[in-house]
Design a protein. Structure first.
Length: 193
């Protein structure tokens, strides 16, 4: 049986809260501007709520700035190119700014800064593989080992393998390394929508 380290039991949550409070204070004016632009160019809700699978298989409300037209259904990331986006929608998706409201998911305890990205409930294969390799026992994250190790066309089993590898070796230095690699990842050319 795996015994959780002090970092896993207490330090990880403390780090999450420290980063979220700091990031929210720094980014709040920017988040207000994004919300204003979304409302002006595509009337409707500013925040997009979607059901996602979290720790232990529990489903929670996942927040994003709405980048797609109102009434767009649940889509996995690889299907987004089929939807016509507003210019602000394209901008916030290409720069990952649509992800900022997930800071509130971290604050609520639904998510962590680092962990496997939460799938939509329809992604049954990914959820089942994570259940098998222990990754489903982790809080999902804003970023994770699979994201910073990603390559075009990564299969579901490959993604789940990265998630399982992360779950087996959670540590402060590992999380710090993933956070730093995320900044490098964000400097790569964005996908085209």
């Amino acid at each position: 049986m795996h015994v959780a380290s002090f970092y896993q039991r207490f330090g990880k949550r403390f780090l999450d809260l420290f980063i979220v409070v700091l990031a929210t204070l720094m980014l709040l004016p920017f988040m207000v501007l994004i919300a204003f632009l979304i409302k002006i160019f595509d009337p409707g809700p500013i925040i997009f709520k979607q059901k996602r699978v979290g720790r232990g298989g529990n489903v929670f409300d996942f927040y994003k700035f709405r980048s797609m037209p109102v009434n767009t259904g649940d889509l996995p990331s690889d299907k987004v190119g089929q939807v016509k986006l507003t210019w602000i929608g394209k901008l916030i998706r290409r720069t990952n700014l649509d992800e900022l409201p997930q800071l509130f998911n971290v604050l609520k305890g639904d998510m962590s800064i680092v962990g496997p990205r939460p799938p939509i409930p329809a992604q049954i294969e990914l959820t089942d593989l994570r259940r098998e390799n222990g990754a489903l026992l982790c809080r999902p994250g804003l970023t994770g080992l699979a994201q910073v190790s990603s390559f075009d066309g990564m299969s579901v089993p490959e993604k789940a393998a990265f998630d399982g590898k992360y779950a087996a070796r959670i540590s402060f230095m590992g999380d710090l390394g993933i956070i730093l690699r995320t900044f490098v990842y964000l400097l790569k050319p964005p996908p085209v929508y």
